[in-house]
Design a protein around this ligand. Structure first.
Ligand code: GLY
Length: 380
């Protein structure tokens, strides 16, 4: 018997289990971007499909043709949809009506609706074809391409953004300026913050006059449409080079967001995401240039003032400690560095790693100085 076990052990040792490698073709998805002049063009593309499911921001529901309205699942408006509860409700709705996994899911709404809808598409029976119809400028520029989708997690009134998510690129994105005409001016300005970010990253001089027109009446002239296309193409470029955000290339899209997120959390609802990011662009450039002549920061400031971006001035007395807390997202403070990608010129995107308190000290001085400057030179 001993002999038998000895032989068996020897045999087991001899058998070599080799490592293997498997190259999978996913998540290789081709996203088709279609630019359409009117909402009607968008709607007729959707209703062309015989079988489809539709998620719509409930505020847009009245704008839909009746036959689409009847098939739609209304999402809570804006950010309120980006949570587990709505995700669960959408998946349950798809299941109850026996949706097949080959059936297309269309999502009409802003960034939060697109993020939520894309995650639902990724999860339902392990993935169904997805078409996004982003209806805000911010969503057209950001949530439309790149495949990031997620829901937030809220506990004790604290929101952990994009807590659970995936990469699930849409098969198709339908983009129409017609949705932007009815956006409130604040939302339009928020989108312009994102547009400026992409143009600066590309080293393209923004056409501020066209942006001003868009702010005034929601209409996109040809130049504005070209800028939007250029910005989306730029985003595609970053995503192609770093699709899963692991190579520190795609993180350049966070330009303006380190300071922007702190501003947003500090000012609560007083400032929108895009407005906060717009000032984030300015402060981050100013930080990078702080030992120089602030030439680029001055240009950015000029653009922001011409587009009537407003700082939430009453927070001008924030101390370094307060800024630091916001930089660390109210989490327990640690010594880790904040990474910022900052566009200083065409082809010159620098990456800085700074201690939170260093940036916090800078903000505690720069923010009141900017508030003061606005008082001396009120925007035209
Ligand atoms: N919103 C940043 C990204 O798509 O990576």
């Amino acid at each position: 018997m001993d002999k038998f076990f000895h032989a068996l052990r020897k045999f087991a040792r001899q058998r070599s289990v080799k490592d293997m490698e498997a190259n999978f073709p996913f998540p290789a998805v081709k996203t088709k971007l279609v630019f359409l002049p009117s909402r009607e063009n968008v709607f007729s593309r959707i209703t062309k499909s015989e079988k489809y499911s539709l998620l719509v921001d409930k505020n847009l529901l009245p704008h839909l043709p009746v036959k689409m309205r009847k098939r739609a699942f209304p999402l809570p408006g804006g950010e309120a949809c980006k949570n587990w509860k709505t995700l669960g409700a959408v998946l349950a709705w798809l299941a109850t009506k026996n949706t097949e996994r080959s059936e297309a899911l269309f999502v009409i709404g802003g960034g939060a609706a697109c993020d939520l809808g894309a995650l639902a598409a990724a999860l339902y029976r392990r993935g169904m074809p997805l078409t996004l119809v982003p209806t805000t400028l911010l969503a057209q520029l950001d949530a439309s391409v790149g495949g990031k989708c997620a829901v937030d997690f809220i506990e004790n009134k604290k929101r952990i953004k994009n807590f659970a998510g995936a990469f699930y690129p849409a098969n198709q994105v339908l983009i129409s300026p017609s949705f932007l005409e009815s956006l409130p001016a604040r939302e339009r300005r928020s989108g312009l913050g994102e547009l400026l970010k992409m143009l600066y990253l590309e080293g393209v001089e923004p056409d501020i006059a066209s942006m001003q027109l868009f702010l005034a009446n929601g209409k996109m002239n040809a130049s504005m449409q070209r800028q939007v296309q250029r910005a989306i193409a730029a985003k595609i470029g970053f995503v192609r080079r770093d699709p899963l955000d692991t190579k520190r290339i795609r993180e350049a899209l966070n330009f303006g967001h380190t300071v922007g997120h702190a501003l947003e959390s500090m000012a609560g609802g007083e400032i929108s995401h895009g407005e906060a990011v717009a000032f984030g662009l300015f402060f981050e450039v100013a930080f990078a240039e702080s030992k120089r002549e602030l030439l680029i920061a001055q240009r950015v400031y000029g653009d922001l003032m011409r587009l009537q971006f407003r700082l939430p001035e009453k927070h001008g007395s924030m101390k370094g400690k307060d800024w630091e807390r916001h930089f660390l997202g109210d989490k327990k403070m640690n010594k880790s560095k904040l990474a910022m990608s900052i566009a200083l010129a065409k082809g010159k995107i620098i990456r800085l790693e700074v201690a939170p308190n260093q940036l916090a000290q800078f903000m505690a001085r720069a923010f009141p100085a900017l508030v003061q400057l606005g008082k001396v030179h009120p925007p035209a």
